[in-house]
Design a binder for this molecule. Sequence first.
Ligand code: GLU
Ligand code: ZN
Length: 327
Amino acid sequence: MPGLTPPDTPVRGRYAPSPTGDLHLGNLRTALLAWLYARTARGQFVLRIEDLDRPRVRPHATERMISDLRWLGLDWDEGPDIGGPHAPYTQSERIDIYRQQLQRLIDADLVYPCYCTRAEITRVASAPHEDEGPAEPRYPGTCRTLTQAQRRAREASGRQPSLRLRVDDERLVSFADLIAGTVQQRVSRVVGDFIIRRSDGIFAYQFAVVVDDALMRLNQIVRGADLLSSTPRQILLYKALGFPIPTFAHVPLVLDEQGKRFSKRSASAGLEPLRAAGRTPAQVIGQLAASCRLLPTGESINPSELVQRFTPVALNDIMRSMIQTNI
Ligand code: GLU
Ligand code: ZN
């Protein structure tokens, strides 16, 4: 089947944080799991910095993320600090690559300019689908069929358009997540034609992540379950660009005491207070591993020892057992 990774291809996984603040324990657990999935498969691991959304980027966040990951004992074969064959590994340095790939979509007439404001879309759109609810409302396709004259009129009013991918109306996207099982989404009904480049010129996460994961030859995407509902959109982009589709594993998110997701805003949730209290990396790794049932509580362990104890299949089983009881 096209799109399937041949069995002898080495696993290439990654962690791709956004430097919008310090990594909290939830981010760090996801990083640890992504690393473990790659290393237990004797695969390679890549670090990529997703800093396209400049207004949200915090100064020195990248350096701090790298030093936190290193302090924990995680390592990578390619990354912004060590380079590699698919450099650069920082998205803000890859704009020309996104432009080239966007041009391919434009040439294939898969993209069109949209002049709608968020308020206009919210007014027309039906509420997003409940459990799949992406933050954006469904785009109703207002600008899909504008004539050249209508486009010119909107340009003349000074509005900068975003660019959207045309999504086939009836196309059901289906994939087998290693943890969540079969996931299906009719993208046209849930999100509609979605943004590839924002009206401020910033390339959208959905687009940049696919271009990078594909061009960096990553074939195993392990990330937080909050991105599960984005994956069908990304699969449409893989197909539109003719890239092979990787394997996906969406790992459970760390919840706080109220059962809500950790956010980077909760400042106390990072490594700093733990370090200040004298915790060792092995203790923190033990705590992260215990929080997702890899170990009993209270054990200290190095990441490399953790690799020895698990197989990729065992990781899947444990993660699946977590989502069955957690949600
Ligand atoms: N940069 C995204 C984030 O920090 C993650 C991207 C991904 O893993 O696909 O949430
Ligand atoms: Zn529009």
